[in-house]
Structures are given as C-alpha cells and as structure tokens.
Design a protein around this ligand. Structure first.
Ligand code: LR7
Ligand code: MN
Length: 569
C-alpha cells in the first residue's frame, strides 16, 4: 500500500470511528431523554442532528432520522417488526410510551366548552400480537390526555397473543397502573367477540373502543362523551388521523365520512354540502370505519352488542352502522375529537385455518340487514352464493324485536350517495384517501456523488417504472439528469418518477417508481450531503468497491465519500 492510500484509509477509519462514537452518544442521550418524557425533537435540534428547524407546533414534529439504522440489531428490530407488525417497530420503540403529537383540530375547536358533568368512560382496547411499544403508547396517550374524572378505566383484552413481551412485561406494567385492567382470552376470538368480552368487564357509563395502535389527541374524549350524554342513542366517532406505518409521523386527516360499496367494503366519502354545519358541528355518517367509537354502555347491550357469529376481522363495522341507523339511533363524527391510527399496507396476521372471515361476516350481515339488496352484494361475489355462514336466526329475531326499519329506508334517507353514479362506480377495497396537494420543490439539479464525481441517472429509459438508477458522467445539459427534491422528501427525476426503495427487501437497489405521495419508501432527507432514506433508515451509497457500472444501494449511514451527494445545477 502506498503511503497516501494508507493515510487516506486511516483518515476514513478515524472519521468513521468519531462518527460512530458521536452517534452512540446521541442515541444514548436521546433514549435517556425519552425516559424523562420530553419531546425527542428538542434534543435532536439541540445536538444539531435534527433535520428541520424547530416547528411551529411546540416541537411536536418528529425527526425524519428517527429510523436510522446503526447496527445489525437495529436492522433486525426493523425487519422483524415489518414482518410481524407491518410497520416500523424500530421507530415505534425509539419513540417510547410518550411523545408529543401535533394538535390537528380546526382552530374553532379551541372555543368549544363542555358540561362539567360528563359521564365517565371505559376504554376498551382489544389486541392480538400487537407491538408492545405501540400498545403502550396507545394506553399512555389515553392516560395522559383524558381528564381523570372522565376515565373510569382502560380494559385491555388480550386476544390470545403469542408474543413474549405481551405476557410478563405487560402483566408487570398493568399491575403498576391501577386504572388499567387486563383480560386474557383463553383462545383466539377475533376482534369482534374480543370487544364483547371487554364490554362485559366494563363498568363505566360509556364504552369507548380503540385499536391497539392509536394515539389520542388533546381534548379527544370530551366531544365524544358530550354527544353521547345528550342523546344516549347517539354513537360517536372521532376523526381518524394518520400515523404513517413507515415513519410513525402523525398527520391530520381531512374531514370525510363513512360509506361503503356493494362489495361491502368500507370507504371514505366526501361530506355532502348539505351535511356540513361548521367547523365544530358533528357530521352524520352513514357508516363507521370500525375501530374507534364511543357508545353508551347500556345502549350497546340493548342494541345487541355485536354478532357473536362473526369471526376475527371484518364486516362488524358495517353491521353495527346499519343496526344503529335502522333501529332508531344515529352515528356521528365529532370533528373536534382526533385520534391517530397506524395505517398499515397489509394486515400482519391471518385467521385460524386461513378462512376469509370478511366474506363470512359480510354474508351474515347481508342476510340479516340488507333485505333484497343482498343480491347487489352476491352479484358481485357469485363465489359466495351457497357458502354456509352459520345460523343467523338470533340476529334476525333481534332485528324484529328492535323493530328496525328496512335497508331501503337506510339507503334512501341515510346514504343516498349509493344511488348516485359515484356511489356505484367504486367497488375496490378500502383506499386511504388523502387530500390532493402538489408538494413544493425545495431544490433542483444534478445529483452528484462526491466520491466518484458521477451523476445519478436512470439505467434505462427515464420514464421506465421499476427501472434502476446508476452513476454516469455528469452532463449539465441533459434534462434526464435533473432531480427535484420536494417538501415531502420525494426525489423526482426529470419531473417523471420518484426514487423509491423496497421497504421489505431493503437490500434491493433503489428504483424509479410512480410518485405515490405518501412518504415512506419515497421519502428522503438530504442533510450534510447525506441522502437518508426515511423508512429504511439507511443512506444512499455508491456500491463499494466502486466498479465501472456505477451501481448504488442503500447502506448503513457513515461519513464516507461514497455516501456524499450534492444536488445542484
Ligand atoms: O383476531 C384479532 N384479534 C384482535 O384483537 C384481530 C385483531 N385484533 C385487534 C387488533 O390487534 C387491533 O387492535 O383488533 C384491532 C383491529 O384490528 P386491525 O387493526 O388489524 O384492523 P384495521 O385497523 O385493519 O381495520 C379496521 O376494520 C376492522 C374491521 O373488522 C376493525 O373494525 C378495526 O377496528 C378497524 N380499524 C379502524 O377503524 C381504524 C381506522 C381504519 C380505517 C379506515
Ligand atoms: Mn387498526
């Protein structure tokens, strides 16, 4: 080895050592900081590691680099977390049980006042194999953001989970917190019978159901209880804010209401102008998403709880929604009550025996509640005609006993959208709707790798979806070498496609994909010349040893020149 090369190697070694030490120190500090339950963004900013300036919302904005991978252990937590839970458990663990979240309510909500004598609530959270940190954050957000006099208890129903930390560690936690009770199912029941078990144990006046990966926002409980106490046959949902599965960032949802299609999939619909009252006025909703709502406890029982013949997951939300409206109640969304929910791209668990419980449950609800309209469902699902769905006679009797109205009445009076063309077209499964917005471009230019002096370009055609990217000699006149970095962290090549990584197979090289606008796999942060991939937790790097092909990959972040990039004209 020549002297210069040796010096260079020592230099790199020294720099990376210093860097690793600094990172170690920073994470040690930020985790002890976390335990003392102050906002983590504070320390990131102070230590100069925070990617953005202190945000307007009281430092609630979370660091984009929260998911950075430092070693194999981090990688393992992240990868097994995605596998088991379908979200970024590494970030969830680092966030810990408390974190500040932005107040996403409309400005007028601050002016709302509530009766001093609201009823008290039993919060029921049913879970199966939930990530412990997410479950704990759900519970803590309730404990910390609900006035003690309104929180009668929290009932956790363990639906026969298999994960170790949900056994001993959870038990220990619960025995230290008198307001939290834990009930364990002896066998897997599914979320529907699971919630019924929770309701059976509850003694508060109002039941409030939550999924096990939620975070409730400021003054979330008051609007729910206030509406239920005014009319005990009113069932109330909060607005469900979005917690990103990849970055755990909390962001507001637009105000939409619940609908469904003839495939009996839930969907979000725009609120018709006739239903819009004002920023704080509740909105009538034909259906609920299912997981998050408040209901008078006695009324829950009078109305027939849930259909105990429904298994594991799916359909119970439409069944309860139809039942509420058709049998004399109403379903509202309180725009000033906000609860975040982790939206995953897939459900991380199956059902015992692998049955399609959504189909089974939908058949039951169609036969009990939809009268002649069940044919609309069956004509879309001819595969289900003749499939057995168990005995529904008790539910039919319930409908008779409660003297409920017809499904036709429900459609005509509560969900007239179903008859409009818009209502009939969309038959796909539930999609998560986001407001349309064109993100602002922050920076534009060639993306030059400092180590090699080469520029990042498409390997094949710039417009080819799924195409790889490679390093080639820079040509400032070539429009196909121009990248734009926008405020959502998207890196868009030639105004066409976005630089994207596979969240599941992180070792796959990055590629060009249609821009999806929901962060995660397309969210990058360019800081100190490093291009950090937010959901993978690693940095864009020239593949070493640098071969003539100019391949790039994402790798554990370091200070080497292979990971130094500049975006400039
Ligand atoms: O076998 C099971 N046992 C359980 O205890 C399966 C699930 N569960 C638990 C699970 O841990 C979670 O806490 O039940 C809860 C809901 O399950 P998820 O989170 O897998 O459901 P989801 O969020 O994908 O689906 C929505 O639709 C479901 C239909 O059955 C339920 O009604 C969910 O509560 C509901 N979630 C929401 O409404 C949150 C907002 C989603 C939207 C839009
Ligand atoms: Mn959920």
């Amino acid at each position: 080895m020549s002297l210069t090369v040796r010096f260079f190697c020592y230099g790199v070694l020294l720099t990376s050592l210093t860097w690793s030490l600094l990172l170690l120190l920073y994470f040690h500090l930020s985790s002890s900081h976390n335990r003392s339950s102050q906002p983590i963004s504070g320390i990131l900013d102070r230590r100069g590691a925070g990617p953005r300036a202190a945000p307007a919302n009281q430092g609630a904005e979370q660091s984009a680099e929260m998911g950075m991978i430092f070693n194999e252990r981090d990688q393992e937590v992240r990868d097994s977390g995605y596998h088991r839970h379908a979200f970024n458990v590494l970030i969830s663990n680092r966030l810990g049980p408390h974190r500040p979240i932005p107040d996403t309510r409309g400005p007028q909500c601050a002016q709302q006042s509530f009766s001093p004598s609201l009823p008290s609530a039993s919060v029921v959270i049913c879970f199966f194999n939930e990530a412990f940190s997410a479950l704990l954050r759900t519970v803590h957000s309730v404990l910390e953001r609900t006035p003690p006099e309104l929180l009668h208890e929290i009932i956790l129903v363990d639906d026969h989970s298999e994960l170790d930390d949900l056994k001993g560690e959870l038990q220990q936690y619960v025995s230290s917190e008198p307001r939290v009770k834990l009930v364990r199912n002896e066998k897997r029941e599914g979320l529907i019978r699971g919630r019924m078990v929770g309701a059976q144990h509850a003694t508060g006046e109002v039941l409030v159901f939550l999924d096990s990966h939620c975070e409730v926002n400021v003054l979330w409980m008051e609007p729910l209880l206030s509406l239920v106490s005014t009319d005990r046959r009113t069932v109330v949902c909060p607005v469900i804010d979005i917690i990103s599965a990849d970055t755990l960032t909390y962001s507001p949802s637009p105000i939409v209401r619940g609908g469904f299609n003839w495939g009996l999939h839930f969907r979000w619909d725009p609120v018709p102008p006739s239903e819009l009252g004002g920023a704080t006025k509740p909105i009538r909703s034909p259906t609920m998403a299912g997981g998050l709502f408040a209901m008078d406890r006695q009324y829950f029982h009078e109305l027939g709880q849930y259909d105990p013949g429904m298994d594991i997951w799916g359909g119970e939300n439409l069944e309860l929604s139809f039942r509420i409206w058709m049998c004399g109640g109403q379903l509202l969304i309180a725009p000033c009550s906000r609860v975040g929910h982790i939206f995953r791209k897939r459900r991380p668990y199956g059902s015992p025996g692998g049955t399609d419980t959504m189909a089974h449950n939908s058949l039951r609800l169609a036969h009990v509640w939809m009268d002649e309209y069940k044919d609309q469902f069956l004509s879309l699902r001819p595969d289900l005609i003749g499939r057995s769905f168990g005995d529904v006679s008790e539910r039919v009797q319930l409908r008779r006993r409660l003297q409920c109205r017809s499904f036709k009445w429900f459609l005509q009076n509560i969900y007239p959208e179903m008859f409009s063309s818009a209502g009939q077209k969309k038959n796909g499964p539930m999609v998560q709707q986001r407001p349309l917005r064109r993100p602002r471009i922050l920076q534009r230019g060639q993306l030059k790798n400092v180590g090699s002096g080469l520029c990042l370009v498409a390997q094949g055609r710039t417009s080819q979806k799924g195409g790889a990217v490679v390093l080639r000699s820079c040509d400032p006149r070539d429009q196909d070498q121009v990248w734009a970095l926008d405020e959502d962290g998207q890196l868009v090549l030639a105004g066409l496609l976005c630089l994207d990584v596979s969240e599941v197979r992180t070792s796959d090289p990055p590629r060009l994909m249609k821009c999806h606008g929901s962060g995660g796999s397309q969210q990058w942060s360019l800081k100190s010349h490093r291009l950090y991939q937010v959901s993978v937790g690693q940095c864009l790097s020239l593949q070493e040893p640098a071969g003539p092909k100019g391949y790039v990959s994402v790798a554990i972040c370091n200070q080497s020149e292979a990971q130094q990039w500049s975006l400039e004209v």
